[in-house]
Design a protein. Sequence first.
Length: 144
Amino acid sequence: MGSIVCATRGGAGSRAVQQAAISYAREKGNELVFLFVIDTGSVEGEEDELVTAVRDELYFLGQTLLRIAKKRAANYQVAAEIVVRDGRVKDQITKFLDECSADLLLLGAPRGTSDTIFGDDVIEQFAEAIHRDTGVEVEIIRPA
């Protein structure tokens, strides 16, 4: 049995996607992994000290968000693993899905994205690219 991977980034969609991941793991009995990717691409080309400081802060943020998600899962008697990766988001998610033989990737949509026209939102295009590259089913969870 493969795993359910829940990519977490913070923001409005994270709590909704974490709850969905916990529910799926409970009902299907799959392993649950919360994944956070540190992507310092927005500060590439800056001084090394700045890039290092940003990376360190993002690592701390990621660890904190993932520990909270893991605790939420434990409250529902679901064991979860937490993983932090460093690199470009799509590359790291794709690589991780291959490594863990995932069955499902859950992504949280940012607040304000639309679910009325399939394929228009960046998150939908991102999900389709991940599915195309890995063959793993990708589901987008939108916040209420």
